[in-house]
Design a protein around this ligand. Structure first.
Ligand code: BG6
Length: 518
């Protein structure tokens, strides 16, 4: 992320104007994936590593070791991945490129919480590092259940496998969930930091791997046009929506303990919030960016119990139909408690108490089983201060909206009023649209490529620092606590609807409305 390069796009010649990738291959290293036989590895990690290989961004001197409990050897692991890549690759897999990669892949069977696994890993690494001449630098990817994170770090420390020296780095990528509340996140940070330096820990949030999310910073800070308006003088309110049409599917085991708040808010939604609200950093260096994000989280007005009742909404879906498919009640989903009080929808109004944002409400919502998948940020500007058209029947004067479309549409649009052609002055809302794909072509990445590559080159800009994770939990902790103590009136929205009526009322009370999920 810190390696910003520039290219000038001529709209009439957009396809050739794609930014040249000027990145160099990462330095020699070995990638150790704990959870090597798991879902994340086959669905996202290996396809992104393949994409990095195809883009020439992996070093020649490179190897991968998958560590997992499943009973496999190197050959079986390679054969399985070679099958799975066909289903999960984001591009056509080229045999020669795949061969180059798969011949560097190894497997070690072992339990993550037992010391002998790490003794065996150490020996295996010594061998493999010699074969592939990778040097001693290593990236450990914790793609296991969160309950293993502290133990894996502890055992890596005990076996001396995270020690860095001149020219040798050892880094650890930690997957989500990063704790389940403030206390557990603090405990996890403490246990990781008892073995590792902060600069060795890369806490991943896959939202930061999305091009459109990274583009928020570029859009704001590489353009002179919008930043002067980006404050409480001109902005009326901000809406952040991350909703999906899928339900809990077969993740009941995890989701019923987590719920929408923990699953999405302190991580993904707060990434979008902090990138929208942060001050310009002094550089794109990791700590400059992460410190500005931390300041936003620190400035979020903490909610009292009463404010949790009035400024937040929780919901759970009942059966319904989405895209012609019958969806069962959340409570009737596999591995979900039939009396579950877990929320599948959350909406809230937050205030960022600083000079830039004082008085501007930030409305956030996320949920499952809504009509469509949609992630977007809507900046609504204040209406023109003086209406020239007062007393005239001109139609409606709508506020200007700037919409940052994160997914599935990827782009930016600006809504403003224009005169409808004709002798009478009549206004209509119109839209100016920038679509990522039209300019830059279809993206074929998983979103993990940038993050894995950044970790290999030691750029932590797109990763969370310990304080960022804790500050996120600090904001949502009052909600978690109150909701645990007060019974919810669930289910309260039908699958396929826009969420609970209370979420609409939250904005209606302020004279506003959510942008429709169409
Ligand atoms: C994950 C959550 O972190 O993000 C899921 O655990 C959610 O519940 C997913 O579906 C959404 O990610 P994306 O990239 O599909 O918006």
């Amino acid at each position: 992320m810190s390696q910003l390069t520039q290219s000038v796009c001529q709209p009439e010649n957009t396809q050739q104007a794609i930014t040249q990738n000027q990145s160099k291959p990462a330095p020699p290293c070995t990638l150790v994936i704990f959870g090597g036989a798991g879902d994340l590895t086959k669905r996202l990690l290996i396809p992104s590593i393949y994409n990095l290989q195809a883009a020439g961004l992996l070093p020649e001197n490179f190897a991968i070791i998958g560590v997992a409990r499943a009973d496999k050897n190197d050959e079986q692991f390679r054969a399985d991945l070679s099958e799975e890549i066909k289903a999960f690759a984001t591009t056509q897999v080229e045999e020669t490129i795949w061969k180059q990669l798969i011949n560097k892949v190894y497997y070690l069977r072992g339990n993550f919480d037992e010391a002998p696994t790490y003794e065996a890993l150490k020996l295996r690494l010594d061998e493999i590092e010699k074969i592939h001449n990778t040097g001693k630098s290593r990236l450990y990817y914790l793609a296991t259940g969160a309950e293993y994170f502290p133990k894996i770090a502890e055992l890596l420390g005990q076996t001396d496998m995270v020690k860095q020296e001149e020219g040798v780095w050892r880094r650890v990528i930690v997957e989500k969930p990063f704790g389940t509340d403030l206390q557990s996140a603090e405990a996890l940070n403490r246990s990781l930091l008892s073995v590792l330096e902060e600069n060795q820990i890369y806490r991943i949030d896959h939202y930061l791997g999305k091009e459109t999310v990274q583009n928020i910073l570029v859009f704001r800070f590489a353009n002179g046009l919008f930043e002067p308006l980006w404050n409480n003088k001109y902005v009326d309110s901000v809406q952040i929506t991350v909703v999906e049409s899928v339900g809990v599917e077969n993740r009941g085991n995890y989701y019923d303990k987590s719920g929408a708040l923990r699953d999405m808010v302190p991580n993904h939604l707060f990434q979008l919030l902090t990138m929208t609200a942060m001050e310009p950093p002094t550089s794109f260096q990791p700590d400059a960016v992460r410190s500005e994000k931390a300041k936003v989280l620190q400035a979020i007005h903490p909610l009292t119990d009463e404010q949790v009742r009035t400024q937040t909404v929780r919901g759970q879906y009942s059966s319904g139909v989405i895209k012609g498919k019958e969806i069962p009640d959340y409570r009737n989903s596999p591995k979900v408690n039939p009396q579950s009080e877990t929320e599948t929808f959350v909406a809230m109004k937050l205030f960022v108490d600083n000079w830039r944002w004082a008085g501007v409400p930030f409305y956030l919502r996320t949920g499952k089983c809504l009509p469509k998948k949609r992630s977007e940020i809507v900046i609504t500007f204040k209406k023109a201060p003086f209406s020239l058209f007062r007393g005239e029947d001109v139609g409606s004067l709508e506020p200007n909206n700037l919409i940052l479309h994160i997914q599935p549409e990827e782009g930016i649009s600006l809504q403003f009023g224009a005169k409808i052609p004709g002798p009478k002055v009549m206004l209509s809302g119109v839209e100016m649209d920038f679509n990522y794909h039209d300019y830059f072509g279809q993206s074929s990445s998983t979103g993990y490529e940038t993050l894995i590559y950044d970790c290999m080159i030691g750029d932590a800009t797109l990763f969370q620092r310990a304080d960022n994770t804790e500050l996120g939990w600090k904001v949502v902790d009052p909600m978690l606590k109150l909701w645990q103590s007060e019974k919810a009136d669930f289910p309260n929205y039908v699958a396929g609807s826009n969420g609970p009526a209370a979420a609409d009322e939250l904005l209606a009370r302020d004279g506003r409305a959510w942008r429709q999920i169409k």
